[in-house]
Design a protein around this ligand. Structure first.
Ligand SMILES: N[C@@H](CCC(=O)N[C@@H](CS)C(=O)NCC(=O)O)C(=O)O
Length: 204
């Protein structure tokens, strides 16, 4: 398999899942800062011009974080990335969807790149403030899910935890003060060899 990945982007979560599974894979780095996601060669892989994109062994490409995470969990059930029971699995997907759909897409995406949405400096500032509020409120909610558990996905880190790691990684880089359960989660994740490999040894 080949993962199309950009360092410090949401594809970090998929990289962590591949490392947790321990399946051989290649990482193809896409440089978002130079616009490589809009190159013809990458658009042939993912016409949406986004990472993550996973080229699978049958030659087909899967995109969108949650779809890739679900496919990996089902394809490699022995890795325990998603609980077996329908209700428990639905709860994990509920958390993962909130992290990707709200904390990332309606929070950090606006806070980190307001210029993609509006042009005037004052509108960008307003959007940035709004995005940070959505992201931090969202992180507080997710932290409450960790009050009685270290991981969102069950007895070990799984699909929702991989999503949570990449947003807490962004939060940390932005000096957001994480609530205690989330800080404990982040610190535990940083101790995992899979996470260190996915970060290429870099904690930023
Ligand atoms: N909803 C998509 C979001 C993917 C996404 O926004 N990826 C960002 C990196 S975090 C990207 O590739 N941005 C490049 C661009 O928009 O030009 C998913 O869940 O995979």
């Amino acid at each position: 398999m080949q993962l199309f990945h950009a360092p410090r982007s949401c594809s970090l979560g998929v990289r962590i899942l591949l490392e947790e599974i321990g399946v051989p894979h290649q990482v193809k780095t896409i440089d978002l800062s130079s616009g490589q996601q809009r190159d013809v060669a990458f658009l042939a892989v993912n016409p949406k011009g986004k990472v993550p994109a996973l080229l699978r062994d049958d030659g087909t490409v899967l995109t969108e974080f949650q779809a890739i995470a679900l496919w990996l969990a089902r394809r490699f059930p022995e890795a325990g990335l998603l609980p077996d029971g329908t209700d428990a699995a639905a709860r994990v997907i509920e958390a993962m969807e909130f992290i990707v759909g709200t904390v990332h897409m309606r929070g950090f995406a606006l806070a980190l790149m307001p210029g993609k949405f509006v042009s005037s400096p004052s509108a960008q500032e307003e959007l940035q403030t709004h995005g940070m509020r959505v992201a931090t409120d969202g992180l507080r909610h997710v932290s409450s899910l960790l009050d009685e558990a270290l991981w969102l996905s069950g007895s070990r880190p799984g699909v929702a935890d991989a999503a949570l790691f990449y947003v807490t990684h962004w939060a940390t880089a932005l000096n957001v003060n994480l609530p205690a359960p989330l800080r404990a989660f982040y610190d535990q994740m940083l101790k995992r060899p899979s996470v260190l490999r996915a970060l290429d040894g870099s904690s930023i």
